[in-house]
Design a protein around this ligand. Structure first.
Ligand code: GUN
Length: 298
C-alpha cells in the first residue's frame, strides 16, 4: 500500500513559512501585496478568488480584490492591470481565468508586469522556466506545488529517475515537464495522441496525471513503487450519496493505483490545497525581490 502524500499538511507548512517570512519583511518596512482580479460572475471562479484573497489576508498581506462586471471591456481591464503594474504596494497580480469571451486572455496576461506575474503565465516567465532561470522566474502555482509534494518523497535531485507527465497544458503539463527536467529527471510528455499510453505510463518512476479526465489512469498503468502525482480535480455524479449528489475524483483511479504506487497524492487533499499556498509563496518571493532581498526557498 502506498504512502499517501498529504497536500493539506504540506500546504500548511508552506503557509506557516510565508507568515514567518512576512514578519521578517515587516522589519524592512515591506508588506507583500496581492491583487486578484475577477471579471464576471462564474460561481467556481468566485469561490477560488475568495479563498485566494482570504489566504492572503491570513498571511498578513495587503490583499485587494477587483470584481468587475462581465461586460467590462478589454481596454478597461488592460487599464486596470497597468494601474496595478505601477502600484508599488502590489507585488503580485492574478487575473482569474477564464475571462469572458469578448476579452483576449493572451493580451491581458502579456500586459501583466512579468515581475508581478505570480501565476507565471507571461512569456517572460515561461521563457525563464524553460531556460532553467529559476532564480528570476515565477513558476505556475499548481506545478510548483506538485514539485514540492514530489520532493517530500524523492528529494530535490531526480537524477536517474524517469518521469511521465500526462497532459501538455500551458498551466500544468508543460511547466511540470520543465521543472522535472530542471531537477534532472528523464522526462516524457504524453497526451491524447500518444500511442499505448498505459504501457508508457508503466515505465514511469514518477507519474504525473494532468488531463482532466476522471480516473483515466488505472492501477495497472502504475509501475510498482512509483510516485503518483494526481493533478486532476473532477466532479462526478455520486448517486450512492443520494440523488443529485456529486464527489471529487482525480485523473487517477486512486483505489487501484494506491495498491501499486510507492506514494500517491489523494483527491481531494492532494495537489489542490498546494495551489493557493504556492500563490502566497510566489507573492512573498516577489516582495523579497522588489526589496532587493534573497527570497526564502520553499
Ligand atoms: N483559473 C483556474 N486556475 C487558475 C490559475 O491558477 N490562475 C488563474 N489566473 N486563473 C485560474
Amino acid at each position: 500500500m502506498a504512502d499517501i502524500i498529504d497536500g493539506k499538511a504540506i500546504a500548511e507548512d508552506v503557509v506557516a513559512k510565508v507568515k514567518t517570512q512576512t514578519a521578517t519583511l515587516a522589519e524592512h518596512g515591506v508588506t507583500p501585496g496581492l491583487a486578484v482580479v475577477i471579471v464576471g460572475e462564474d460561481p467556481a471562479s468566485q469561490v477560488y478568488v475568495a479563498s485566494k484573497s482570504r489566504r492572503a489576508k491570513e498571511c498578513g498581506f495587503h490583499s485587494v480584490q477587483h470584481s468587475l462586471p462581465a461586460e467590462t471591456s478589454e481596454d478597461a481591464l488592460v487599464a486596470l492591470v497597468e494601474e496595478l503594474n505601477a502600484d508599488p504596494a502590489i507585488h503580485g497580480i492574478l487575473v482569474q481565468l477564464p475571462l469572458p469571451g469578448h476579452i483576449d486572455e493572451a493580451r491581458i496576461i502579456q500586459t501583466i508586469d512579468p515581475d508581478k506575474d505570480v501565476d507565471g503565465f507571461h512569456f517572460i516567465n515561461v521563457g525563464r522556466l524553460g531556460t532553467g532561470a529559476l532564480d528570476s522566474a515565477f513558476v505556475p502555482c499548481t506545478p510548483a506545488g506538485a514539485m514540492l509534494m514530489l520532493e517530500r518523497v524523492r528529494g530535490r535531485d531526480l537524477s536517474g529517475l524517469s518521469a511521465v507527465v500526462i497532459g501538455r497544458s500551458n498551466i500544468v503539463g508543460k511547466p511540470m515537464a520543465n521543472l522535472l527536467l530542471a531537477a534532472n529527471a528523464t522526462v516524457t510528455v504524453a497526451h491524447s495522441r500518444t500511442k499505448d499510453l498505459p504501457a508508457l505510463a508503466a515505465t514511469a518512476d514518477i507519474l504525473v496525471a494532468a488531463v482532466g479526465r476522471p480516473e483515466m489512469v488505472r492501477g495497472d498503468w502504475v509501475k510498482p513503487g512509483a510516485t503518483v502525482i494526481d493533478v486532476g480535480i473532477n466532479r462526478i455524479p455520486a448517486p450512492e450519496k443520494g440523488e443529485g449528489k456529486t464527489r471529487l475524483v482525480g485523473d487517477v483511479a486512486f483505489a487501484e493505483a494506491k495498491e501499486r504506487a510507492g506514494a500517491i497524492t489523494p483527491v481531494p487533499g492532494g495537489v489542490g490545497p498546494m495551489t493557493i499556498a504556492m500563490l502566497m509563496a510566489n507573492t512573498l518571493t516577489s516582495a523579497f525581490r522588489t526589496a532587493g532581498l534573497e527570497p526564502p526557498a520553499f
